[in-house]
Write a protein that binds this ligand. Structure first.
Ligand SMILES: NC(=O)c1ccc[n+]([C@@H]2O[C@H](COP(=O)([O-])OP(=O)(O)OC[C@H]3O[C@@H](n4cnc5c(N)ncnc54)[C@H](OP(=O)(O)O)[C@@H]3O)[C@@H](O)[C@H]2O)c1
Length: 324
């Protein structure tokens, strides 16, 4: 549900492994991929060709109900997409939110109370490398809440080459992912590919500043953080602020990124689409407000990216000095 970059990539990898997948997404994407087929690729050189996709623009009532739904819309579309699922699917249908942010599964659950909505997490980056090719540009393991409804799916995801880890600590996983996602708006403002931006110390300092604020809020909230990177989350700001040669050495795995990978928020800004900033910096600001911890840099980023119209690269450079 919401077959864009993540939904079509994860759904496509399952389809390539023989799982019958129904893609629900926009007509423009569906018709392009229906006409030319779709190729999926990853940073290890993997390639999967899908000659056709079972594409719909709405939840098809004529098909048998799905055994599992992957909810993959951007955060602003969660309520509407969940309500559509709720109107069409049998009670108890399992829906996994593969979205960033920490609130999407509960928002979806509120709008589809009779479904079983579980939080999930996609650690890697997916970009549209060519009109008919989606590319996974970084690595990492899919995660979701450890619920009996998902256990039968473990061999299916493993067979598709996207092993799924079931976790009892999803809030810790989601907040740790959100912390890493605080680089998304910085990457978008930089106008640079992800790798080039991470190799620029001043841009890294911006991300470090946003993360340091978020870590203060999370410490006040006594929110545990899962370890998604070789270094513990609390060390990330210091790692990012390190001189670039030191960063290169210590962050070798973080830098295992294709040269062209960039945050999809960069595309959102370039195309004048609303970026998913409220689910990231907005979540930090809201938690900070609740706990009385100031978050001026996350607020500034939220304000900068919530405004109307596409931002220019020069605007990004100006913002860099306000964030460091
Ligand atoms: N891209 C990544 O590398 C990545 C990695 C990890 C996690 N994530 C997270 O995954 C989620 C999805 O990101 P994405 O990059 O895949 O976004 P995306 O490419 O924008 O995909 C979402 C798609 O769903 C469509 N959509 C929205 N509402 C719909 C509805 N009711 N019915 C059918 N289609 C609908 C959107 O169309 P419109 O644009 O027309 O609304 C869009 O084509 C986000 O929470 C993101 O943070 C992304």
């Amino acid at each position: 549900m919401g077959a864009g970059l993540v939904g079509t990539y994860v759904g496509g990898r399952l389809a390539a492994a023989g799982v019958p997948v129904t893609f629900i997404g926009r007509a423009n994407l569906g018709s392009a991929w229906a006409a030319h087929g779709l190729t999926l690729s990853d940073l290890d050189g993997g390639r999967w060709a899908l000659p056709s996709l079972n594409w719909h623009t709405q939840v098809p009532r004529e098909e048998a109900p799905p055994a599992l739904v992957l909810l993959c819309v951007k955060s602003a579309a969660t309520a509407e997409a969940a309500a559509q699922l709720g109107q069409c699917l049998p009670p108890g249908t399992c829906v996994v939110s593969l979205q960033n942010g920490v609130d999407n599964a509960s928002i979806a659950q509120q709008h589809a109370p009779q479904l079983l909505v579980l939080p999930g997490m996609v650690p890697f980056n997916v970009a549209r490398a060519e009109p008919s090719r989606l590319h996974q540009g970084t690595s990492g393991q899919l995660m979701a809440a450890d619920q009996p409804a998902l256990r039968a799916w473990l061999p299916v995801f493993a067979q598709a080459g996207l092993p799924l880890a079931l976790r009892a600590d999803m809030p810790a996983v989601q907040w740790a992912k959100l912390l890493l996602n605080l680089n998304n708006p910085v990457n978008a403002l930089s106008g640079l590919p992800l790798r080039a931006q991470l190799l620029d110390r001043d841009w890294r300092r911006c991300t470090a500043a946003l993360m340091a604020e978020a870590l203060q809020v999370l410490a006040r909230a006594h929110q545990p953080l899962a370890r998604l990177t070789p270094l513990p989350p609390r060390w990330l700001p210091a790692l990012l602020r390190a001189p670039t040669p030191v960063f290169r050495l210590l962050a070798a795995r973080m830098l295992r990124i294709d040269d062209e990978a960039r945050s999809s928020m960069a595309d959102d800004l370039r195309l004048g689409r609303p970026p998913e900033i409220d689910a990231l910096c907005g979540a930090v600001v809201r938690l900070g407000q609740r706990l009385g911890v100031p978050t001026p840099r996350n607020q500034a980023m939220l304000d900068a990216l919530s405004g109307p119209g596409p931002l220019q690269a020069s605007t990004g450079a100006a913002w860099r000095h306000r964030l460091i």
